[in-house]
Each structure stands twice: as structure tokens, then as C-alpha cells.
Design a protein around this ligand. Structure first.
Ligand code: ADP
Ligand code: ADP
Ligand code: ZN
Length: 213
């Protein structure tokens, strides 16, 4: 089962992807998490990616596509996986479609987590993220059991540098220009499913489970 999460930054893709991966026991592949791990480890890729991420721009396709194809070719992805944050451009989606087709595979479900722009700033400004495992919380809507501490791995939560309101505005406009066209792309491919992402996270998850079966 290959699942793509679609939706604006802050729509809840990461939150839902983690719940799907837990339930179906498949890996959570987040390009944002991979870039952040590279930044933390000071790699060449991390240095290049950081400049784009800090401005709320997309990391160029040349740096992103190969990285992703390499990740999903690893053994743990053989049973399927959830892509969170990839594809983000039409060329990324096309490369993915072609690479999967060569292996007789396809994206089975592209789940659009639909949240209007008005709700996004509030979600992003209250987001707290785990720098170690990538889990995402919200000070008001999805609080961790112990304030400031990750439920999953016990690390201290941080506020992401790119979750400042100015950067969020850029990311939203990049989303509308470059990523939103993927909704139509996956609709044409017959894989699109939409869920109302403004509901509570457990209700959104129940809707997704009823789609996945
Ligand atoms: P969000 O949780 O807001 O959706 P992500 O963690 O997915 O954010 O991504 C953070 C940043 O990493 C993006 O703003 C972008 O700069 C970069 N990035 C992540 N995935 C991709 C991708 N597939 N293509 C280009 N840039 C990406
Ligand atoms: P994305 O991966 O799409 O950028 P996240 O999963 O990180 O989004 O969620 C963005 C913020 O919104 C986080 O603070 C998260 O805890 C919160 N959040 C996620 N799902 C919901 C929901 N259904 N209702 C309210 N807040 C949510
Ligand atoms: Zn954690």
C-alpha cells in the first residue's frame, strides 16, 4: 500500500501519517524530516536545503527526487509506505509515477487533508515538534501528555524555525502555486480521496481508516 498525503503546510499530514503508519505498520517517509536530519548532522545536502527551507521555499527537485527514490527503495518500504511532504511539485509526482510503474506499482491513495488558509496560521504558530522523531504537537489542539516533552521518545519539543508567521505566509503561497495542482493530478490518476482536516485529529483519522479499509 503506497499512500501520499496531500494538503497545505500545517494541515495535519504528519499527524495523520504517523497514525496511519502505526496502525498499518508501514514506514513514515517525510522529506521534511529527512532534510532536518541532514541539517542537524551538518551534511552538504543539509547546508544546501537549509537556505531554501529558512525562506519557506521548496528545496529544488534535483536535491529532492533522488533522495526520495533512494529512501523508498530500502527494504523496510517493501510492504508499502506513507509519503508525507512528497511529491510537492508536478515534476516530483511524474518522476514518482514513472519510477513506481517500472516496478509494477502505483500510488494507491492520495489523501488530501483539506484545511482552509484561515486555520493554518493558528495551527503553525502553536505547533511544537520533536527534533528527534519528528512527532508533531499543538499547544492547544494536540498537547503532549507532559508539557514540552515528546510522548513518543521523551525528547524536549521545539518550535520549528520555519513556523514563524512571515515564513508560513511564504509557504502557503508556494503551496498554492506549486503543490495544489497535485490534487488534480491524483484525481486524474484515480487515486484522490479527500478528508475534512478541520475536524478533531481522531475524527480525521477515522475518516482515513474508512477510506483505506
Ligand atoms: P510541513 O510540515 O509544513 O508540511 P515539511 O516538514 O514537509 O513541512 O517541509 C519543510 C520544508 O522542507 C519545506 O518548506 C521545504 O522547504 C522542504 N521540503 C520538504 N519536502 C519537500 C519536497 N518534496 N520538495 C521540496 N522541498 C521540500
Ligand atoms: P503538516 O505535516 O501537514 O505540516 P502537522 O501534522 O505537523 O501538519 O500539524 C500541524 C499542526 O496542527 C500541529 O501543531 C498539529 O499538532 C496540529 N494538528 C494536527 N491535526 C490537527 C487537527 N485535526 N486539529 C487541530 N490541530 C491539529
Ligand atoms: Zn519524539
Amino acid at each position: 500500500m503506497i499512500i501520499v498525503m496531500l494538503g497545505a503546510p500545517g494541515a495535519g499530514k504528519g499527524t495523520q501519517a504517523a497514525m496511519i503508519c502505526d496502525k498499518y505498520d508501514i514506514p513514515h517517509v517525510s522529506t521534511g524530516d529527512i532534510f532536518r536530519a541532514n541539517i542537524k548532522n551538518g551534511t552538504e545536502l543539509g547546508k544546501k536545503a537549509k537556505a531554501f527551507m529558512d525562506e519557506g521555499k521548496l528545496v529544488p527537485d534535483e536535491l529532492t527526487i533522488e533522495l526520495l527514490l533512494d529512501r523508498v527503495s530500502q527494504d523496510d518500504c517493501a510492504k508499502g509506505y506513507v509519503l508525507d511532504g512528497f511529491p510537492r511539485t508536478i515534476p516530483q509526482a511524474e518522476v514518482l509515477t514513472n519510477a513506481l510503474a517500472k516496478a509494477g506499482e502505483k500510488v494507491d491513495f492520495a489523501i488530501n487533508v483539506d484545511v482552509p488558509d484561515e486555520n493554518i496560521i493558528k495551527r503553525m504558530s502553536g505547533r511544537r515538534s520533536c527534533p528527534k522523531c519528528g512527532a508533531s504537537y499543538h499547544v492547544e489542539f494536540v498537547p503532549p501528555k507532559k508539557e514540552g516533552i515528546c510522548d513518543v521518545c521523551g525528547s524536549e519539543l521545539i518550535q520549528r524555525e520555519d513556523d514563524k508567521p512571515e515564513t508560513v505566509k511564504n509557504r502557503l503561497s508556494v503551496y498554492h502555486d506549486q503543490t495544489q495542482p497535485l490534487i488534480e493530478y491524483y484525481e486524474k490518476a484515480g487515486a484522490l480521496q479527500a478528508v475534512d482536516g478541520t475536524k478533531d485529529k481522531d475524527e480525521v483519522f477515522a475518516d482515513i481508516v474508512s477510506i483505506l479499509g
